[in-house]
Design a protein around this ligand. Structure first.
Ligand SMILES: NC(=O)c1ccc[n+]([C@@H]2O[C@H](COP(=O)([O-])OP(=O)(O)OC[C@H]3O[C@@H](n4cnc5c(N)ncnc54)[C@H](OP(=O)(O)O)[C@@H]3O)[C@@H](O)[C@H]2O)c1
Length: 156
């Protein structure tokens, strides 16, 4: 299964100044639940922000300029190559922009967390795509001070 995971604001922002522009306790639980034991793919900048491979899963960094290798850590030159490397394992594309853009036509499912915020001065956005290609199911709305809603887009 090839999936994509993203948290975005109401105005489609996913990043600001090299970081995710909100901190919401519990919001990343879904990311952990889905990716643990599987393969997670991230862009070079996102990987550098985290600074290490995530525990208990395989990390593939997508980069054309750098090579990361280690225990459960690999590098691919494109999302397509990362998907090929994962073979039959479940793989989740975790951003940022260029990875999502390449991945959208290739994924079966997209897991969105819609964060109920408008973020000013965001500098990375989720790419435009045709919602008609997907069946959309709305999940729970969670959170205390900042609410967020889980949405799953499954390719028709
Ligand atoms: N809200 C969320 O769910 C979420 C998820 C992920 C990231 N973010 C945020 O988004 C921002 C980072 O995203 P970003 O888009 O700026 O950077 P990024 O995707 O993390 O990294 C960009 C780099 O990845 C490589 N790359 C990207 N697309 C590629 C492709 N199709 N093929 C080959 N290589 C590719 C290139 O590396 P080389 O230059 O080395 O070739 C590129 O410079 C941060 O603010 C981060 O916090 C948010």
């Amino acid at each position: 299964m090839v999936g994509l995971i993203v948290a975005r604001s109401k105005n489609n922002v996913i990043g600001k100044n090299g970081q995710i522009p909100w901190k919401i306790k519990g919001e990343q639980k879904q990311f952990k639940d889905l990716t643990t034991g599987n393969v997670v793919v991230m862009g070079r900048k996102s990987y550098e922000e985290i600074g290490h491979p995530l525990p208990n899963r395989t990390t593939i960094v997508v980069s054309k300029t750098k090579k990361y290798e280690g225990e459960n850590l690999f590098t691919a030159g494109s999302v397509k190559e990362a998907i090929e490397m994962a073979g039959n394992r479940d793989i989740y594309i975790a951003g940022g922009y260029g990875l999502y853009k390449e991945a959208i036509p290739l994924v079966e499912k997209m897991y969105f967390t819609e964060v109920h915020l408008n973020v000013e001065d965001g500098d990375v956005f989720f790419p435009e795509f045709d919602e008609n290609d997907f069946e959309i199911s709305k999940g729970e709305t969670l959170g205390d001070e900042i609410k967020y809603t889980r949405m799953v887009y499954s390719r028709k």
